[in-house]
Design a binder for this molecule. Structure first.
Ligand SMILES: Nc1ncnc2c1ncn2[C@@H]1O[C@H](COP(=O)(O)OP(=O)(O)O)[C@@H](O)[C@H]1O
Ligand SMILES: [Mg+2]
Length: 325
């Protein structure tokens, strides 16, 4: 597929006036489209940049570090679309060194309608349709697990959260999702895949955006866990269901657990996934929430240290308060 391209000069200009603390107050304003646990996705209000979604990664020390990341980003997108058979939004990237000497990498995607993204869509659907939607998403994700089973040399991970899927052509008024609906998988910026058992992404890059006083602890406590969970059908499914706490639809969790277990038994018996219980979901969520809330709080503390006390630049755009139950 032809990659998307934008005028790098425009991004450079955006970068010059960027206010990472308040992206909407930047000289060329940005509007946040969504927050992930680690990154922020936004649109840039400038002629020539309309219709795109940008994810900014200021994590690289120098340009040499960008190269292997770019190679695995591209390869991950290629494997998912050409070999696994997922559909991805049109994508591309931009890279340059900012005026302050910082290498910046932008992931660019076509911008998808906000209401089409899974975590928004579930608020416009009756309960039975939400269950049907999750079942269809599990069907998409199963493509990954099928692929991994069939290949000894190559193993791909996926972050199957509901907020990572866009429903093509979804109309909030429709009230239902058709069985023939197509999905786009958006979250490709963490290219986790193993070739002959070897992880292709340098995990240290993950740690870059973490406060330096935390790096040792993250490495010790949960890097391994976060990097391996996305290779596991069962854990990815638990994660998907646990999202419903965060999305304020926890009342659906018992039924979703039923849907997932039915799916494992009826549509994926060859994977031998052990059934999930509500308790599995609840305890997973509790732990996950603590990890990320702590992580964000400490990043904010780090921002405070760097900008207020050390009067240095803090390059990351952090989410505001994430609403969680
Ligand atoms: N191409 C896009 N168009 C519109 N919104 C997007 C796009 N990509 C991401 N988003 C929004 O930003 C959120 C975070 O993006 P994602 O790629 O999942 O990042 P993370 O790795 O931080 O989870 C998504 O859940 C979605 O709401
Ligand atoms: Mg995401």
């Amino acid at each position: 597929m032809e990659e998307l391209r934008v005028d790098t000069e425009l991004l450079r200009e955006f970068e010059r006036g960027l206010d990472p603390r308040h992206p909407e107050r930047s000289r060329i304003p940005a509007r946040v489209l969504g927050y992930g646990e680690i990154s922020t996705v936004f649109e840039i209000r400038a002629e020539g940049l309309e219709g795109y979604a940008f994810k900014r990664l200021p994590i690289f020390k120098d340009r040499e570090e960008i190269e292997p990341y770019l190679a695995s980003y591209r390869e991950y997108n290629r494997i998912l679309s050409e070999e696994v058979g997922l559909s991805l939004p049109a994508y591309g990237h931009a890279e340059f060194v900012s005026d302050s000497g910082r290498p910046v990498f932008y992931i660019i995607q076509e911008q998808l309608p906000a209401h089409s993204i899974g975590n928004a869509a579930i608020h416009h659907l009756p309960d039975s349709e939400v269950l049907a939607l999750v079942r269809m998403i599990l069907r998409e994700e199963k493509k990954v697990w099928d692929f991994n089973r069939g290949r000894g040399d190559l193993e791909v991970a996926i972050d199957g959260q509901i907020s990572n899927w866009s429903i093509v052509g979804f109309e909030p008024g429709a009230g239902c999702v058709d069985d023939s609906v197509r999905f786009l998988y958006m979250d490709t910026s963490t290219p986790l895949f193993r070739v002959d058992g070897v992880e292709q992404l340098d995990p240290e890059l993950f740690l870059r955006s973490a406060p330096s006083f935390l790096v040792w602890m993250i490495r010790l406590l949960f890097l391994e866990d976060v990097m391996t969970r996305y290779y596991d059908f069962r854990l990815v499914t638990i994660d998907l269901i646990a999202n419903f706490y965060k999305e304020q639809r926890a009342e659906l969790i018992p039924a979703l657990v039923g849907t997932a277990n039915e799916f494992f038994a009826e549509e994926a018996p060859e994977h031998g996934v052990e059934p999930i219980s509500e308790k599995d979901v609840a305890s997973y969520y509790r732990e996950d929430r603590i990890i990320w809330a702590l992580y964000l709080a400490l990043r904010k503390f780090d921002r405070f240290l760097r900008t207020r006390l050390l009067r240095r630049e803090y390059p990351y755009i952090l989410p505001g308060k994430i609403k969680r139950k």
